[in-house]
Design a protein around this ligand. Structure first.
Ligand code: HEC
Ligand code: HEC
Length: 214
C-alpha cells in the first residue's frame, strides 16, 4: 500500500470513530477524585499492574502506561459495545459512565514504568526490520508508518512500545476472533489485513522488538 492510501483508510476510520463518539456528547461533569475515580484506578491496577506496566497472569494483562488516551477510551467503548469481545473487560467496563471512561483513559498517559521485559531476543533484528520497513512481498506495511518510529502511537493508534510480548502475540494471531465483531466497521479493520499477512514467526519477531522499546 502507498502512504497516501494508508492515510485515506485511516482518515475514513477516524471519521467513523468521530461520529460514534458524537453519540456520547451529552455527558455529566467529569468524575471527581472522591467520585470513585481513585477506587476504579486501584481496581484496574490489580490486573494491569501498580504502575500500569502490565502483568503476566493466567492471561497477559496489557500495559496501559503511556498509552494514548484516545485509544484506551475507544477500546473501552469497543468492549462495552462488544465490537471487541472479551468477557473480563466487558464486565469491568460496562458499568463505567462516559465521563469515567475519559478520566480513566487520561490517567495512564502519565505513567512511565520500564518495559515488562522477558521476550525472547533471538529474532529482534528481524522484528526491527518489519517494524521499520514492513514486508512488501507479503503486503505488510511498515508498522512505524502508523504507530510512529518509536512505537508511541497517536490518538486512536495505540502505543506498542513496552507492550507485553505474550499480549501482542495473542492479539496479532487472534485479531479477527476478538476485534471488529458485529456489523459496524471500526478502527480494528485498519489492522486486520496486516495481522492476517504476518506469519507466526514474524509476529513473534515484531512483538519481541516492540516489547523492549521504551
Ligand atoms: C480482572 C482483571 C482486569 C481488570 C480489573 C481490568 N482489566 Fe483491563 N484488561 C484485562 C485483560 C485480561 C485484558 C486483555 C483483553 C484481551 O485480551 O483483549 C485487558 C485489556 C484492557 C484494555 C485494552 C488494552 C489494549 O492495549 O488494547 C484496556 C484499555 C483496559 N483493559 C483498561 C482497563 C481499565 C481502565 C480498567 C479499570 C477500570 C481495567 N482495564 C481493569 C484485565 C483486567
Ligand atoms: C495503517 C496504519 C497501521 C499500520 C501500518 C499498522 N497498524 Fe497496528 N494498529 C493500527 C490501528 C488503527 C490500531 C487500533 C485498532 C483498533 O482500534 O482495534 C492498531 C492496533 C495494533 C495492535 C493492537 C495493540 C493493542 O494494544 O491491543 C497491534 C499489536 C498492532 N497494531 C501491531 C502492528 C504491527 C506489528 C504493525 C506492522 C507489521 C502494524 N500494527 C501496522 C494501525 C496500523
Amino acid at each position: 500500500m502507498t502512504a497516501i492510501s494508508l492515510r485515506l483508510i485511516l482518515q475514513t476510520a477516524m471519521l467513523a470513530v468521530f461520529f460514534s463518539a458524537a453519540g456520547h456528547a451529552q455527558d455529566r461533569g467529569a468524575p471527581s477524585r472522591q467520585g470513585g475515580l481513585e477506587a476504579k484506578l486501584e481496581y484496574c491496577k490489580t490486573c494491569h499492574g501498580l504502575s500500569g506496566q502490565g502483568y503476566l497472569g493466567y492471561f497477559p494483562m496489557p500495559r496501559l502506561a503511556g498509552q494514548q488516551p484516545e485509544y484506551i477510551e475507544a477500546q473501552l467503548r469497543a468492549f462495552i459495545e462488544r465490537r471487541r469481545t472479551n468477557p473480563i473487560m466487558f464486565n469491568v467496563a460496562h458499568v463505567l459512565s462516559p465521563s469515567m471512561l475519559t478520566a480513566l483513559a487520561t490517567h495512564f498517559r502519565g505513567l512511565n514504568p520500564k518495559p515488562f521485559g522477558g521476550a525472547p531476543r533471538g529474532s529482534i533484528a528481524m522484528g526491527k526490520r518489519i517494524f521499520e520497513e514492513g514486508l512488501p512481498e507479503s503486503n505488510v506495511p511498515a508498522c512505524s508508518a502508523c504507530h510512529g518510529t518509536e512505537g508511541k502511537g497517536q490518538n486512536e493508534i495505540p502505543r506498542l512500545a513496552g507492550q507485553l510480548y505474550a499480549y501482542t502475540v495473542g492479539q496479532l494471531t487472534g485479531w479477527k476472533k476478538e476485534r471488529g465483531q458485529g456489523s459496524a466497521v471500526d478502527t480494528s479493520a485498519i489492522m486486520a489485513p496486516t495481522a492476517h499477512n504476518l506469519t507466526r514467526s514474524q509476529v513473534e519477531a515484531v512483538a519481541a522488538y516492540v516489547s523492549y522499546l521504551q
